[in-house]
Design a protein around this ligand. Structure first.
Ligand SMILES: [Zn+2]
Length: 283
């Protein structure tokens, strides 16, 4: 089989990924990186975590979500992600990781408890990384996890993820792709987890349509995204860490509601998380 021919054409959009609204003609947050730059230049910005070196963001006139208009083609993206260390590796201590994931697990447990039923939950997590959230959910959702599909394409962390599955005795399986996970799981899912995933995907339509079609009647999607309207974003301005090449969009709360509505869902709860960040990420 021939390897895919690399397309030199960047991905592009002229409307908001969240609500379909018009994007500002001029960038509202100016980054120093152009999608037309050489792959070497893009790669060095991608890996450098250099503040201010990102693709410029255009604001949606309807929901305020920040969108990049152009983004590297999918083959270059695969190379770039392949060259990255494990999620936040080296940036956060184990304690900080645990504290963040424990907070998410408690949010999830509270949302699940609001449901009337107590049947075992069929759960799918996008981007399971080393299995941090699974470890915390084994405590927070004690006895409620019927099955857990951990989707993680990054081969560098799969060993740690599998170790977490084994150590916790979780009824969990690892899958390299969403397609494999959906094939293996039953018809319906009760809970989809996406912690810092939706900010990273330039194209969301197909993913949301697929997830929506597989959710049970009371099914929930729990997502954590960065909020460009947050106090921290306003205080730090251009130095706000989520302004980076890995985020083709940054959702406002209104943008998340619009996205849910487009797929026949509603936001049942929203709130702020207090992430523990190493100070090196900000400054
Ligand atoms: Zn919008």
């Amino acid at each position: 089989m021939q390897p895919p021919t690399r397309s030199p054409v960047p991905q592009a959009r002229s409307i908001c990924v969240a609500c379909g609204g018009a994007l500002s003609a001029e960038p509202q947050v100016l980054g120093g990186l152009l999608v037309q730059a050489s792959p070497e230049r893009v790669r060095s910005s991608w890996l450098g975590l250099t503040n201010g070196d990102f693709f410029s963001y255009h604001r949606c006139s309807r929901c305020g979500t920040l969108n990049v208009r152009e983004y590297p083609d999918e083959y270059l993206l695969a190379e770039l992600y392949g060259a990255m260390p494990a999620n936040m590796a080296g940036a956060l201590s184990t304690g900080e990781q645990q504290a963040n994931q424990r907070a998410y697990a408690h949010w999830i447990a509270r949302a699940v408890r609001r449901g009337a039923s107590d049947v075992p939950l069929r759960i799918l997590e996008l981007g399971s990384d080393c299995g941090w959230l699974l470890r915390e959910l084994m405590q927070a959702l004690r006895g409620r996890i019927g099955s857990f599909a951990a989707v993680e394409p990054n081969q560098d962390v799969v060993g740690q993820l599998k170790a977490a599955i084994a150590a916790t005795n979780a009824p969990a399986h690892h899958f390299a792709t969403l397609e494999e996970a959906l094939q293996h799981e039953g018809d319906e899912l009760d809970l989809v987890l996406a912690i810092h995933v939706m900010d990273h995907l330039f194209e969301l339509n197909e993913l949301f349509a697929t997830l929506r079609s597989r959710l049970s009647r009371q099914g929930l999607i729990f997502m954590v995204v960065h909020n460009p309207g947050s106090l921290l974003a306003r205080v730090l301005g251009q130095r706000w860490p989520p302004y980076c090449p890995q985020h083709p969009q940054l959702f406002t709360p209104k943008g998340v509601s619009c996205l849910a509505r487009r797929y026949g869902m509603a936001v049942v709860n929203e709130g702020r998380t207090w992430n523990r960040l190493a100070t090196g990420i900000i400054f």
